[in-house]
Design a protein around this ligand. Structure first.
Ligand code: 5GP
Ligand code: ZN
Length: 114
């Protein structure tokens, strides 16, 4: 997707401080953190939202869920984090590239869930 900010971040077209990456997955800090730990885990391929997942791209989603425990370990938040996905503008999806918020330090986000 030519004009997708997360495609550009995930694939290095726009430099960012990458917390984790592999062939299919990228993880970087949210620019507007809602908790002490707040990172975004995204596929390197463009998928608009959870509704866009199908058999042609679900390998990237599998890779995301395999990466998440590794990312939690890197961030020292194992067994102490929340994953959030917003699917659709009506529930707050603002960036139309599939992403999972990984948040920890939950005292800081009791009132707001991204
Ligand atoms: P959504 O509201 O779509 O579930 O989440 C989008 C998230 O992306 C928001 O938490 C927002 O702060 C973050 N975000 C938006 N633009 C950028 C950006 O350019 N860089 C980074 N690192 N995060 C972004
Ligand atoms: Zn994209």
């Amino acid at each position: 997707m030519a004009d997708c900010i997360f495609c550009k971040l995930a694939n290095g077209e726009i430099p960012t401080n990458m917390i984790y990456q592999d062939e299919k997955v990228a993880c970087f800090a949210d620019v507007n953190p809602q908790a002490p730990v707040h990172v975004l885990v995204v596929p390197k391929c463009h998928i608009e939202s959870a509704d866009g997942i199908d058999e042609s791209n679900s390998d990237a989603v599998k890779a995301i869920f395999e990466a998440i425990p590794k990312i939690a370990k890197l961030l020292h938040v194992e067994n102490n984090y929340r994953l959030i996905n917003n699917c659709g503008e009506g529930v707050g999806q603002t960036v139309k590239h599939l992403h999972f918020h990984l948040l920890s330090g939950l005292d800081a986000m009791k009132e707001r869930l991204c």
